[in-house]
Design a protein around this ligand. Structure first.
Ligand code: PLP
Length: 374
C-alpha cells in the first residue's frame, strides 16, 4: 500500500479495482444482472467513483435510496440506468423523470406522481416495489390488484413504463427468506394477471444473492459485497472471494514517553501499568470511529497491532505502543484487507457492537478519500 500523501493526516484509500473485481465475481457467481447499490455516498467509498467502478465490472444498472442521490450521479456525468426507491412525502419526480431516473414505486400515490411526471414523449420508467414481509414500504398484498391494474393502465397510455418489480428480504433465516420468495412469486402472478410483464424481477441484496439462488430472478441488487465486505456474520470477505475496497489510515500525530500510572484520555478508562510510549492517532468519532469501540479497537503500526488505550474522543485517540519504536508521521492502519495481513473492519464493528456496513458508511467528511488501484 502506498504511503499517506505528504501533509495528509488521515485518509481512506479506495481501491476501485477491487470494486470492479468484486462486481465481476458476483456477476459470474449469480449469473444474472447486477444492480450496483451506491446509496449513502457509495457506503462511504464515494458514489460516483463506486458507480463507475461497478459499471466497469459489468453492473448494468445503479441503485440509490433517494432522488437527490440519483440527481447527484447524473450531475457527475453518469448516464447509466439508475433507480431510486425512497421518497419524500409529496415528491413529484419531475426532475427525476426529466433526467431519466427510474422510480421505485411503493404506493398508489407514488404511481400517480410518477405517471404525472412523464414527459410528452417519454413515459416515466418505474419499478413497482411490493411488500413481501420486511414491513417497510412496498405495496401491500391487499393493494396488488389495484396498483398493478393502474400501472398497466398508465403503461397503455404511455405515461409509465414498468421496467421492474422488486422487493427486499429480511435475512432473518433461510425459512423467512424462502417465504418471502414465495410471496414475491405471488406478486409476479398478480402483476401478470393485470397484463404487466416487467423485464427485471429483483429481490436479493448481497446476502441472498450469494446464499439463496432461488432469490436471484433477473437481477440482484449488490451493495456491501461490491465494496468487498461480507454480509454474513460467520463468513469472511476472503471466504466469499471478495476484496475490501476501503482501507483507513492516519499519520501518528504525537508520541509521548510516560511513566506507570499515567491516565489516558477522558475519564481515565486506561492507566499505564509501566513506563511506556503513547501514540496519538488523529481520527475520532467525528470521523466515524465509534466512541463505544474504545475497548476492542486496534490499529497496525509498523507491522504490529496495538489496542486503543482509553476513550476515543471526537478528533483523536491514543494507542499504547509499549517500547516499540513508533515516531510521529508513522502510518497507523485502522482497517484494510485481512488477506494482506491488515486489520479487518469487522474488528471495529465487533468492538462497537455493530456491523461492517455501519463502520465504512459513517467514515466522515473530514477524511479525504483517495482513489487507488492495487
Ligand atoms: C441498501 C439496499 C440494498 C443493498 O443491500 P446490501 O445488503 O448492502 O447488498 C439492496 N436493496 C435495497 C432496497 C436496499 O435498500
Amino acid at each position: 500500500m502506498t504511503a499517506l500523501h505528504p501533509g495528509e493526516m488521515r485518509e481512506a484509500a479506495i481501491d476501485v479495482g477491487a470494486i470492479s473485481a468484486n462486481v465481476r465475481h458476483l456477476r459470474r457467481l449469480t449469473g444474472v444482472e447486477v444492480l450496483a447499490v451506491v446509496k449513502a455516498d457509495g457506503y462511504g467509498h464515494g458514489a460516483a467513483r463506486s458507480a463507475l467502478a461497478a459499471l466497469d465490472g459489468g453492473a448494468t444498472r445503479l441503485g440509490v435510496a433517494d432522488v437527490t442521490e440519483a440527481l447527484a450521479l447524473r450531475r457527475a456525468g453518469i448516464d447509466a440506468p439508475l433507480v431510486a426507491w425512497l421518497h419524500a412525502p409529496g415528491e413529484t419526480f419531475a426532475e427525476a423523470a426529466a433526467r431519466g431516473i427510474e422510480i421505485g414505486v411503493s404506493s398508489a400515490d407514488q404511481l400517480l406522481a410518477a405517471a404525472s411526471a412523464a414527459l410528452a414523449d417519454r413515459p416515466t420508467a418505474i419499478h413497482v416495489k411490493v411488500e413481501t414481509g420486511l414491513g417497510r414500504n412496498g405495496v401491500p398484498p391487499a393493494e396488488w390488484g389495484h396498483v398493478f391494474a393502474e400501472a398497466a393502465r398508465w403503461e397503455r397510455l404511455g405515461r409509465v413504463r414498468v421496467v421492474g418489480i422488486f422487493s427486499h428480504l429480511s435475512n432473518t433465516s433461510e425459512a423467512d427468506d424462502r417465504a418471502a420468495v414465495r410471496r414475491f412469486d405471488e406478486a409476479l402472478l398478480a402483476a401478470a394477471a393485470q397484463g404487466l410483464a416487467p423485464r427485471l424481477r429483483h429481490l436479493a441484496a448481497s446476502h441472498a444473492a450469494i446464499a439463496l439462488p432461488e432469490a436471484r430472478f433477473d437481477a440482484v441488487r449488490i451493495g456491501i459485497a461490491m465494496y468487498g465486505l461480507s454480509p454474513f456474520a460467520d463468513r469472511t470477505s476472503a471466504e466469499l472471494g471478495l476484496r475490501p475496497a476501503m482501507s483507513l489510515r492516519a499519520a501518528v500525530a504525537a508520541v509521548r514517553r510516560v511513566p506507570a500510572g499515567q491516565g489516558v484520555s477522558y475519564g481515565y478508562l486506561h492507566r499505564t501499568d509501566s513506563d511506556t510510549t503513547l501514540a496519538l492517532i488523529p481520527l475520532g468519532y467525528a470521523d466515524g470511529i465509534p466512541r463505544n469501540a474504545s475497548a476492542g479497537g486496534a490499529v497496525r503500526i509498523g507491522g504490529r497491532v496495538f489496542p486503543v488505550a482509553g476513550r476515543i474522543a471526537m478528533d483523536q485517540f491514543v494507542v499504547d505502543v509499549g517500547d516499540h519504536p513508533v515516531a510521529v508521521g508513522d502510518e497507523a492502519l485502522l482497517f484494510g484487507d485481512p488477506t494482506l495481513g491488515e486489520p479487518a473492519v469487522e474488528t471495529w464493528a465487533d468492538a462497537a457492537g455493530t456491523i461492517n456496513y455501519e463502520i465504512v458508511t459513517r467514515i466522515g467528511p473530514r477524511v479525504p478519500r483517495r482513489q487507488v488501484t492495487r
